[in-house]
Design a protein around this ligand. Structure first.
Ligand SMILES: [Zn+2]
Length: 236
């Protein structure tokens, strides 16, 4: 009898511990996570990377060795001029970064995003395009007749990136965009954000239960500012 009670108490303790750790991981709300990113970008633009420096010190590294709880996921381009930790003034353990040329979302990227949501407790997904993106520009350059990217341009390893970006460029071309590169960069972010939700039951459920938000943004190489699409829509 005592043994049974003891086992019950132990099971309860383990359950409670599980709940507590899940709550700790989800402590930063999607809106708070977004605010942290945007505040960090403002600091970066003031030339102030104090948070990055403080949160990269050996003591912080040692503290994080046992586990990580990044609050935000950033999906952005591999372009050497937009390292998320720098442009958002973030140190170790703060943001979970998924980088690939053209900030596309293939199964590997989506799996990484799902992992950070489900196992690390991240509450925000930022899809971040950027001005003058070389991967999007190469796809624009491959456009053939009737606003279509020919199949030959989609072959090979680099071609797999062109194939992923092609729908955004073709759509922008069909819409008669005056600046095809700029329009395609934004459309690519739109389609990637749509695909993240459409192709992941984990992300979809996290959005529906308000645990996660997906936001779209663009980084400007000239002025260093990250602009949210939602804010631009409000401004218009
Ligand atoms: Zn790029």
């Amino acid at each position: 009898m005592m043994k049974k009670v003891l086992v019950f108490v132990l099971v309860m303790l383990v359950s409670v511990a599980g709940i507590v750790s899940a709550e700790t991981a989800a402590a930063v709300s999607p809106d708070a996570a977004l605010a942290k990113l945007m505040e960090g970008n403002a600091k970066f633009n003031q030339g102030n990377l104090a948070n990055l420096i403080v949160n990269s010190k050996p003591a912080v590294r040692e503290g994080l060795a046992a586990g990580q709880h990044p609050y935000a996921i950033v999906l952005d381009c591999s372009d050497s001029r937009l390292s998320p930790e720098i442009i958002f003034d973030k140190g170790l353990g703060e943001i979970f970064v998924v980088r690939v040329a053209g900030n596309i979302v293939a199964p590997n990227q989506l799996g990484s995003i799902e992992y950070a949501i489900e196992h690390l407790g991240a509450s925000l997904v930022m899809v971040l395009g950027h001005s003058k993106c070389g991967a999007v520009n190469a796809t624009v350059g491959a456009l053939g007749a009737n606003c279509t990217i020919p199949q030959a341009a989609k072959e090979g390893n680099i071609g797999s990136l062109v194939a992923a970006i092609a729908p955004a460029v073709e759509k922008s071309c069909h819409a008669g965009a005056s600046n095809l590169l700029a329009a395609s960069i934004d459309e690519n972010v739109n389609l990637v954000a749509e695909n993240i939700e459409a192709n992941s039951a984990i992300v979809k459920e996290a959005i529906e239960t308000k645990k996660v938000k997906v936001v779209k943004a663009r980084y400007d190489l000239e002025d260093g500012v990250v602009k949210l699409f939602a804010e631009e829509e409000h401004a218009h």
